[in-house]
Design a protein around this ligand. Structure first.
Ligand SMILES: CC(C)(COP(=O)(O)OP(=O)(O)OC[C@H]1O[C@@H](n2cnc3c(N)ncnc32)[C@H](O)[C@@H]1OP(=O)(O)O)[C@@H](O)C(=O)NCCC(=O)NCCS
Length: 352
């Protein structure tokens, strides 16, 4: 009888360092409304957004992912040669073939290690945290670099009243590895394909290729050609969130073995400040518990929003290293993923 070897890793894992990158260009609601039929007041009241950051010049998803990852590595104090895997959570990388993670590994000077992308919309960071922490527990890697990166500005229709003002660009990264105490709970995650068309794109890839072929030589911003952009039925997503997410959050508490009174920080995906305040209230979190509100000046950066929001809270002192935080990512799919975590050390190299 042949015995095939198996591995087990360490049960206790934590986020050991965090890094982020925010694009240089700050875009106000007024600037968005130079094209969009909306107003600063409406946008702020309905979403909590005042500004977002969009890439410009040489900035790209690749450059942002590398910059955030470099900071996370240095902030963790871990030698980069110890990283055994890169996970890149993104839905707006320029290409599906090739996926982005190997190029990021190359740019970081750790070419050759396993590196793959994870497409799970705005829930991408939560899904990535689940995969990374459980792979370490299984012994597949000792340290994992998880990056959330998006260039949502590239896949936006600036005239679309339900998406143009919401999305922003940016990257956040964490180093996950073994720790004395456990710092990442089991994940509560799920999906709802019945509502998959609530957040989607206007062309599927083959249809877009056919169309591009047909209209070859024409300007891609030409109205006749159209661009591939994200579309969202906002109120439908809002209703789904209001029904699905409170249950998900209470399951995260049950799975983590942590009581609501132990939660010191709440970091939901930065989709809409109104949804986040509603979730805090429905969950019964105490008034003094801070809720991430990075959306105000960063917009909704999809898979990058949770690490960007954690970084902002640690840098500004709204949250502290080691505090117990409740995380919940959600969005396209539709899908969600949540955990209870201990916050990583405050970064010395920041994105501000
Ligand atoms: C997108 C979102 C902010 C829109 O807010 P809303 O309050 O649901 O807005 P509605 O679409 O119901 O529209 C309300 C009114 O505002 C108007 N309106 C819609 N978009 C507008 C805009 N950008 N500017 C000004 N007015 C707008 C509508 O025409 C409507 O007017 P009416 O009452 O006269 O008919 C909100 O639905 C949302 O955040 N949804 C969830 C998004 C999310 O979580 N996504 C998942 C992660 S990516």
């Amino acid at each position: 009888m042949v015995t095939i070897a198996s591995k087990t890793g360490t049960p206790n894992v934590s986020m050991l360092g965090i890094g982020a990158y925010r694009p240089q260009r700050l875009v106000s609601n007024d600037e968005v409304c130079e094209v969009l039929d909306s107003s600063d007041e409406w946008i702020f009241e309905r979403s909590g957004i005042r500004n977002r950051r969009w890439i410009s010049g040489d900035e790209s998803a690749r450059s942002m992912a590398v910059a955030a990852a470099d900071r996370a590595i240095r902030n963790s104090g871990i030698d980069k040669s110890k990283i055994g895997l890169i996970l890149l959570a993104t839905s707006s990388w320029r290409t599906v073939i090739p996926h982005g993670a190997p190029a990021v590994a190359y740019d970081l000077g750790i070419n050759g290690i396993p590196a793959f992308d994870l497409h799970s919309g705005c829930g991408g960071f939560g899904y990535g945290l689940a995969v990374a922490s459980d792979l370490i527990r299984a012994g597949a890697a000792e340290y994992v670099l998880l990056i959330g990166v998006e260039t949502m500005s590239v896949v936006l229709d600036p005239h679309d009243r339900s998406t143009a003002f919401i999305f922003g660009d940016g990257a956040g990264a964490v180093i996950i590895g073994p720790s004395e105490e456990n710092g990442i709970s089991p994940t509560v995650w799920g999906s709802d394909g019945e509502n998959s068309d609530a957040i989607t794109q206007n062309f599927d890839v083959p249809a877009y290729m056919d169309r591009a072929q047909e209209l070859q030589g024409k300007d891609p911003d030409d109205e006749e050609v159209g661009r591939m952009v994200v579309t969202m039925e906002g109120p439908r997503v809002f209703r789904w969130a209001a029904i699905t997410l409170p249950k998900a959050l209470s399951n995260v508490l049950t799975e983590s073995g942590v009581s609501i009174d132990d939660i010191e920080v709440f970091v939901p995906h930065q989709a809409n400040a109104r949804i986040n305040e509603l979730m805090k209230k429905n969950l019964g979190l105490a008034d003094h518990v801070p809720v991430a509100n990075d959306i105000e000046n960063t917009g909704n950066t999809s898979a990058a929003s949770i690490p960007l929001a954690i970084e902002e809270m640690l840098v500004t002192g709204k949250a502290k290293s080691g505090q117990i935080a409740l995380l919940l990512g959600f969005g396209a799919g539709l899908s969600y993923a949540g955990q209870v975590v201990r916050l990583p050390p405050a970064p010395t190299e920041t994105s501000f």
